[in-house]
Design a protein around this ligand. Structure first.
Ligand code: TXA
Ligand code: MG
Length: 342
């Protein structure tokens, strides 16, 4: 891994040679490969230890580039791209033949977005080819929101890291699939919550389009939809019962953790034998601010070796729509939920 700051030209050269480059985006850092290099795409999966059934998002620097990657660039897709790009919204659309099945895990659709970060956009522009990029973390773990996080995820990794500063949004993009029928009626499905909410999308489309939000047609096995993901190095406990004291939380955690398997969905859980120190995670009440610092807080607190588990208290205001994405990540990152029933 390079310690000096690589230039855009160096990054382009690496990508052309079929190497990976870690890139900043406004959401989280991505581990990128040029979409025309099958071997580099394969490297993404092996480096992350990511299962091949989990499709990658393709990053573009213009709408026309996105159009070429799809088979049905509908008026609604064009409108959403115009309205929300560059930004944290991924559109899942029928794929064109330029997208290899390795990227989409064999699906006939592709997830595309235009990231809102000048380094990422310049890199894609200079290369002239879109970048496939998942979050730059080991599979199942917390996504990186700084270049330093990427470094610590892959010690000894042999790819360049472009440092674009801390990510502004801090959580992965909203993913929605767009389908239309012969009568130009659209079915939209929210596949992963993000900063762009369902209500915002709905508001932007009314009354221009005939559409409806529907449940996803087939639940593909992808982390966006897996039960556990984004997990910190030590157990995270969600506390839904506000009457529990820290001592009670510690006791219940100790008992309930012991009953859990050592792995959840192939992600290892570190279970302390003798639990003595748990640490509360405090997040700002503003959802955007909380999202921005959530992952770095999970990392920072897990790094304290005297802390054996983390806990977060769920409160009534966390059920509002702007908290949907951070709560989704907290639930998936959690090993346990304490709801007062013992
Ligand atoms: O903000 C983000 O989206 C970040 C940055 C780097 O752009 N990327 C990211 O990628 O979060 P990743 O690989 O961690 O998550 C991609 C998820 C998949 O797990 C899946 O849930 C969904 O996007 N996805 C991608 N392509 C899809 C498709 N064709 N159909 C359904 N879901 C898809
Ligand atoms: Mg990820």
């Amino acid at each position: 891994m390079e310690s000096s700051k690589p230039t855009l030209e160096e990054a382009v050269q690496q990508l052309k040679l079929g190497q990976l480059v870690a890139i900043p985006t406004e959401t989280v850092y991505g581990l990128a490969a040029a979409i025309d290099s099958e071997s580099a795409i394969e490297k993404i999966f092996t480096t992350k230890k990511r299962p091949f059934f989990d499709p990658l998002i393709v990053h573009v620097s213009s709408k026309s580039m996105a159009k070429k990657m799809t088979k049905d660039w509908s008026p609604l897709a064009d409108f959403l791209a115009e309205h929300f790009w560059p930004g944290p919204l991924t559109l899942v659309l029928p794929k064109s033949s330029l997208i290899s099945p390795l990227i989409t895990s064999g699906l006939q659709t592709v997830g595309i977005r235009m990231p809102k970060h000048s380094l990422a956009l310049s890199l894609i522009d200079l290369l002239g080819v879109p970048l496939a990029a998942p979050s730059a973390n080991r599979f199942g773990r917390t996504s990186p929101t700084t270049a330093e996080h990427v470094r610590s995820e892959f010690p000894g990794g042999s790819f360049l890291i472009m440092d674009g500063g801390p990510c502004e949004v801090g959580l992965e993009s909203t993913v929605i699939s767009v389908q239309r029928d012969e009568k130009d009626f659209y079915g939209l499905s929210l596949l992963r919550a993000g900063q762009v909410t369902e209500s915002e999308i709905e508001q932007s489309l009314k009354p221009k389009f005939k559409f409806q939000f529907v449940e996803p047609a087939d639940k593909i096995a992808a982390p966006g939809q897996m039960k556990h993901h984004y997990m910190p190095e030590i157990p995270l406990i969600l506390v839904a019962d506000e009457t529990l004291t820290e001592t009670q939380i510690l006791e219940q955690t100790q008992t309930q953790l012991a009953q859990l398997p050592d792995e959840i969905e192939s992600v290892q859980i570190r279970k302390p034998k003798n639990l003595q120190k748990i640490q509360e995670i405090h997040l700002p009440p503003d959802a955007a601010l909380a999202s921005r610092c959530l992952y770095s807080e999970l990392r920072r607190l897990s790094e304290n070796i005297s802390v054996q588990a983390l806990y977060f208290r769920i409160q009534a205001f966390h059920s509002s729509e702007d908290w949907q994405a951070p709560m989704d990540r907290l639930r998936k990152a959690a090993s346990l939920v304490l709801n007062g029933k013992t």
